[in-house]
Design a protein around this ligand. Sequence first.
Ligand code: URA
Length: 284
Amino acid sequence: MEQERLQKYISRCGYASRRKAEELIVAGKVQVNGRQVTELGVKINPAVDRVKIDGQRIEPEALEYYIFNKPKGSITSVGDPQGRATVMDYLKDIKNRVYPVGRLDYNTEGLLLFTNDGTLAQALMHPSQGVTKTYEVKIKGRVLDEHLEALSAGITLEDGPTSPAEIVDYGFDSKTNTTLVEITIHEGRNRQVRRMFEHFKYSVYNLKRIAYGGLTLAGVKRGAYRKLTGEELRQLKALCKLPFGKGPGDGAKGRKMPAKDNKKQFGRNGAVRGAKRRSGGGRP
Ligand code: URA
């Protein structure tokens, strides 16, 4: 078997992400064949070398992939020193040590992937991949077209400019005094969607991730999870240009979108298309 970087092996064992594995190595918690390794870049032969973390042998486990519908009011972390509810509370039946791919805020709901496949997780989160994330955003008040156009073209936040985004405006609802939009971004910066709307002094009333890398929440109730199908896994790996072996199942179903008759679209060169925006009544 080929040599493999130690941090990659640790992440393939489902013990930690590659970055976390590097931290473990530098912290002196990792032993290879009984000898402590603290420098990065060491390669091992997984067929013969024995790796221990904190004195415990680790070995690769079967790779697993889950799609989870995160409810509001849970933190995206494998543990919380303050004892708050974490997403892991919903995944207690999963025996292997899976961890979240990226994060959603405490008050954000929606699609979160879990896996013990460090290679795929790393690739999906890497900014160069530009994996699409679509959010349904309910905003207090009426959002101006010019602001949606600006958000779609890209604005400058305190951590730099945002990439172009696609926005679908489902309009203003006078009953609830909210505007509903869908925004697709190609980055995953901290609180990015909230900060984008806050930039124009809007406050986000509800935020839900409804799609990730083309996968949707179809058939996954709030607080529930399911394994990815083989086709879904193939799709994610193709996005990241990773090889795909045998997968667990078949095709994924699409999400039912609201009616398209009365919406507007912003994006792809800032073009505005579609019918007039709503000025009252319920959602499309
Ligand atoms: N953008 C946010 O503002 N919050 C999230 O949880 C995800 C994206």
